[in-house]
Design a binder for this molecule. Structure first.
Ligand code: C5P
Length: 215
């Protein structure tokens, strides 16, 4: 791709909404790599694959027919023809995904597919946990989008309405702890720009990303 913007960050940093909007304004494609990990996790659960059996999980993921939309205005994920766009956001998937995403053979396969999807687009914004470091370390712009724990919980609360704040807090903290084995979000690696959105509005964050892309 001629333009690659790589954005990493923890859950609740708002990176998906920000990356999607930045992609629209740049006239670029958008890749949600978290959706890919969620889809293969759903597939393993659906197929009854034992998540503790690393080889079985890796085999299921390598064989998975995964289709993901890279249109920032059309969210769609299919696995073996089944539309899982909505299902992969459910808590039973969120709770299982770290177990699958920490499997190194799974990561190797996902990275391979993500690189191919990125290469197929002239312009793309890709977001996840390891895009700036592993998937697209040569991206034109690499951003680590962070937000304080307080800001992330506040945004979750707004997204989920009447939900129980304590339970949400536990979920966010637990998932970060599991994900920290994949990537370290407390410190950006060399050449990656940290963008702290704690005190920024959505629009200000999108503008900050576009300024960093600087076309
Ligand atoms: O971004 P999202 O919360 O949808 O990601 C779901 C999960 O997928 C993360 O909690 C993480 O375990 C995994 N993931 C990953 N590497 C990526 C993107 C997501 O391990 N590049």
């Amino acid at each position: 791709a001629a333009l690659v913007v790589a954005i990493d960050g923890p859950s609740g940093s708002g990176k998906s909404s920000v990356a999607k909007e930045a992609a629209r304004r740049l006239g670029a494609a958008y890749l949600d790599t978290g959706a890919m990990y969620r889809a293969v996790t759903w597939h393993c659960l659906d197929a009854g694959t034992d998540l503790d059996d690393a080889d079985a999980v890796a085999q299921a993921v390598r064989a998975a027919e995964l289709e993901i939309s890279t249109d920032p205005s059309l969210e769609r994920v299919r696995i073996h023809g089944t539309d899982v766009t909505e299902t992969i956001r459910l808590p039973f998937v969120s709770e299982a995904v770290s177990a699958v995403a920490t499997n190194l053979d799974v990561r190797e396969e996902m990275v391979r597919r993500q690189r191919a999807l990125i290469a197929a687009q002239p312009r793309i914004v890709a977001e996840g946990r390891d895009i700036t470091t592993v998937v697209a370390p040569d991206a034109k712009t690499r951003i680590l989008l962070t937000a304080s724990e307080e800001a992330r919980l506040r945004r979750r609360g707004i997204q989920l309405g009447e939900a129980d704040a304590a339970a949400l807090q536990r979920q966010v903290i637990e998932r970060d702890a599991k994900d920290s084995t994949v990537s370290n979000f407390t410190r950006a690696s060399d050449g990656v720009i940290t963008l702290d959105s704690s005190d920024l509005t959505f629009e200000q964050t999108v503008q900050a990303v576009l300024t960093l892309v600087d076309e």
